[in-house]
Design a binder for this molecule. Structure first.
Ligand SMILES: O=C(CO)[C@H](O)[C@H](O)COP(=O)(O)O
Length: 138
């Protein structure tokens, strides 16, 4: 798959996520220039909505700022996740199309497990279709 990825800082955790994406054979879509977390979140959200990426992954110290910025792009459903169950639920019950993670609070192996749970959950629960559609209402 094509995965848009941006992080406003780099450490062992962000490197582990990028390495896991590459090792799984995903094409990684990255912003050309480094930017602040609002621009990076927006970049990833826009890449998903434009169809340049199938899913997005955003990281910042908390994960919250890039998630909020990505969610400002109409059509983005960015979810902050800190364990695999939350990430799987975000796909199943929210049809999240952007995963947000804290680069400060997740150990590298945990971040990779969260990423894999997110990407391995292909289809949302059909029972949630009405709720997911309702998110788009202004
Ligand atoms: O977690 C974040 C936003 O939610 C940022 O990573 C954190 O605030 C640091 O940003 P900056 O370097 O621009 O001060």
């Amino acid at each position: 798959m094509r995965i848009a990825f941006a992080s406003d800082d780099e450490n062992e955790t962000t490197r582990a996520v990028v390495e896991a994406l590459a090792a799984a054979g995903h094409e990684i879509v990255r912003p050309g220039d480094a930017g602040n977390w609002p621009d990076l979140g927006r970049f990833v959200g826009q890449a998903v909505v434009d169809g340049r990426a199938d899913y997005g992954v955003v990281m910042c110290w908390t994960g919250t700022g890039t998630a909020i910025a990505a969610n400002k792009v109409p059509g983005v459903r960015a979810a902050l996740a800190w364990d695999p169950w939350i990430a799987k639920g975000a796909r199943l019950w929210n049809d999240a199309n952007v995963l947000a993670m804290s680069l400060k609070r997740l150990a590298p192996d945990v971040a990779v497990e969260v990423l894999q749970a997110f990407l391995d959950t292909a289809e949302p629960d059909p029972d949630e279709a009405a709720n997911i559609a309702a998110i788009e209402r202004p």
